[in-house]
Ligand binder design. Sequence first.
Ligand code: MLT
Length: 312
Amino acid sequence: STVLGTAVMAQEYPTQPVTIVVPFAAGGPTDTVTRLVAAAMSEDLGQQVVVQNVGGAGGTLGAGQVAAAPNDGYTLLLHHIGMSTAPSLYASLPFDPLTDFATIGLVTEVPMTVVARKDFEPATLEDLVAYIKENGENITYANAGIGAASQLCGLLIMDALETKMTEVPYQGTGPAMTDLLGGQIDMMCDQTTNTTNQIQAGEIKAYAVTTPERIAVLPDLPTLSEGGLENFNLAIWHGLYAPAGTDPAIIERLTASLQKALADENVGNSFAELGTYPVAADQATPTALTEKLEGQIALWSEVIAAAGVAAQ
Ligand code: MLT
């Protein structure tokens, strides 16, 4: 269509519901963050913002689906750190994180927690470290597949402790949490947005946080560094993307809407209760997300190579 036609379309946008693809199962941490943001964006955009869960292959299935979707502003992706680790973990990815997407903005940063089924033997972080070293592959470790945050955390723990656990992949850590609560799986490392309520209710055991500092909602949890995993530092960042080639006027509209959603008091309070926080407005921008993505792709390719993990 004509330039004028495109401009008019962008001005009216959105005229129909907008879908945000979450590349993991419903009920998990990415889903939780996305639903809170989507509800606030929906109010601002005057259209329904629908969350669609496309789990599988550590988030790469859903991301690939959005990369191939029409770039009309009606199909978006909310994905996390996995966007930057996937290029180092997969020999052949069906998308390029840097060229197949238009960035809208960073969303949040979330600490992770090392958790286990309620009756798991180790009592403290110190016990856990010794237990993992001793029992290795006899321990089942839940993750959301190669490229998931939970998988990255496990990889870093196993590398630090020079051992392997038996990894059990799920479509997301929502269903993994169900199995942890049911006692069918021993351990996982997952974002506070999916573990805080269960930890506070005493339904699961918690040993540590993955950030360099302890966190306010779970102040009794030591850091992994305190447990001897030196300089352990993992926080999961999330970003909002559209397919590459989306009209810049639509991206601008979505960035403004994202910033408004992140400044929303309900969103802020809900995030805080789950141990996370929205990024500052100057981070909820295409430039900030692009810079983050580029920096993290470089960082994780080094770390993953140093850990001796080959792309599959
Ligand atoms: C999820 O939303 O299920 C998680 O973010 C999966 C993961 O990356 O661990």
